[in-house]
Design a protein around this ligand. Sequence first.
Ligand code: GLC
Length: 646
Amino acid sequence: MGTAKGVLQVFSGVAPRNHCFDPSSNALGSAYSFNSHLISTKRSASKKIKIPVYASIQLRNSETFGVQGFGESSYKDRSINRSKFSSCRCQRADSVSGTTTGSWFVDSADDLNPLNTMVNGPHVLDFDDVKQLKEEKTDSMSNGAPGASSTIHRAKVDPIEEEAWDLLRDSVVYYCGSPIGTIAANDPTSSNVLNYDQVFIRDFIPAGIAFLLKGEYDIVRNFILHTLQLQSWEKTMDCHSPGQGLMPASFKVRTVPLDGDDSATEEVLDPDFGEAAIGRVAPVDSGLWWIILLRAYGKISGDLSVQERIDVQTGIKMILKLCLADGFDMFPTLLVTDGSCMIDRRMGIHGHPLEIQALFYSALMSAREMLAPEDGSADLIRALNNRLVALSFHIREYYWIDLRKLNEIYRYKTEEYSYDAVNKFNIYPDQIPPWLVEWIPNRGGYLIGNLQPAHMDFRFFSLGNFWSIVSGLATVDQSHAILDLIEAKWADLVADMPFKISYPALEGQEWQIITGSDPKNTPWSYHNAGSWPTLLWQLTVACIKMNRADIAVKAVEIVERRLSRDRWPEYYDTKRSRFIGKQARLFQTWSIAGYLVAKLLLADPGAAKILITDEDPELVNAFSCMIGANPRRKRGRKNTKQSYIV
Ligand code: GLC
């Protein structure tokens, strides 16, 4: 149960800083209750204000829903209350010389922080006190992780890194005085903010990892627990609600007037599940990234109490249940609409895009480690294991392309009606694009972007390939071959700025038909083969895993030539990534964080293990059983005991 400890008055630079709920709670019931919160009042613009402390706050639009069981599974009786808004009351924000005066509440989530011992109870500090405390707090948040000491950092800090840290800290969003995320971009030159002032789940991942590697765990812990609060409540689009378990694409801290009290406001966390997003895209990747970050948090901080919480366990299960639910699909890959991941616009990646499959695999592997073994989860864990095996078999077999495989496809027979068809998906050899015939190197290969009946999307998608290495979805040989290809195709994939989001660009009629003539996704721009500096961190993790960090080092050197000078753009355009993207934001947080993560990991490669998953021998065994299985023979057998169920 949340017990508020004090209220501090501060100037708010990025977002209103007011507080509400207590993420430190450990019981399911209390995890979603908002009792004992602070309310501050302010009647003048004075900097020093006496702030009374209240207890108890009403939930707005609270609702109850149960978690439905998976198959025969029995975790359906878990019923949890979630609020439509995570909210707290606070005073109305006043604008003072362009900055916003807000209230900084300190809650029991900060119990471990020495700062709190000074503000315990209805204690009031003035602005200068707070500023000083904030500085101390930043230092004290370094929890002593290996290689994470801020003192060490200061001793040999490089100016670009120092600038990046300053910018990253400036992007932090506070909710009730606690850091809970980072805004997508902090671009003073942009007049049209759109939703770049929100905390995007996917964008926060590199920022969260940077903070974890620096030993600053609180922001990540708060992010995990607050976003869990937002998971799948009844947001609707045209009378339809997203599936339970869906995590939002982004959220915003809003300060809204308090009902019935003109002089007070409350803060709410307002999530967007895609119902306001351009194109109304579903953020399938959010929940998967959330699970991956949760594991990383536990691994580096050693604090397993977060993943062990009942509400967090329930959150994991809800995401899994949504992903593992039966549908009409014939494949073990996740079926999604276009724009359901980092590429969140129409780019012809509907179906079974590699990026989602790699994140799905990684989230399943991570969840497998974190799920508490209990009777109610047995069915879910069995389903998860089966899916892991089937998914890795499917991707490794059917998404893989290299010179040899391409030659095989070139000679494919088509229209094979049989259980043991070689060309299972009826791929017509004429689909092999002319660019690929020239482009495929003698040495190396990659996982294609998508596979559907009679359709292979042969484009190279970076994130999907990097994360297939990191998660172990690709075999060891395939992982090395992907890195070989990256080296061989450096001029195309990296050129003047790492890393092309996809390769090659859709052009001409293909661009018209597939993107709907999207003026933002013109050839060699943005999602259509633009270059995204944020991808540097995933590349680095993949290289470290394969003991080939030299590739990442080379990429970092290129980044350092331009990224800071160009003011940390979101993306670059042109074939050789020579221009700052046409509509790219400057000071894009994940460009900054991606660089920092790459630097931190190269300085301490061992820390990459918080993101890496290695193949479990049980899964390897199950996988080889599948490879050896003849579908026809298996079908004829009476006793079709599936040896791959682990
Ligand atoms: C763009 C990107 C998306 C990102 C968002 C915020 O829409 O495509 O991946 O999350 O900007 O930075």
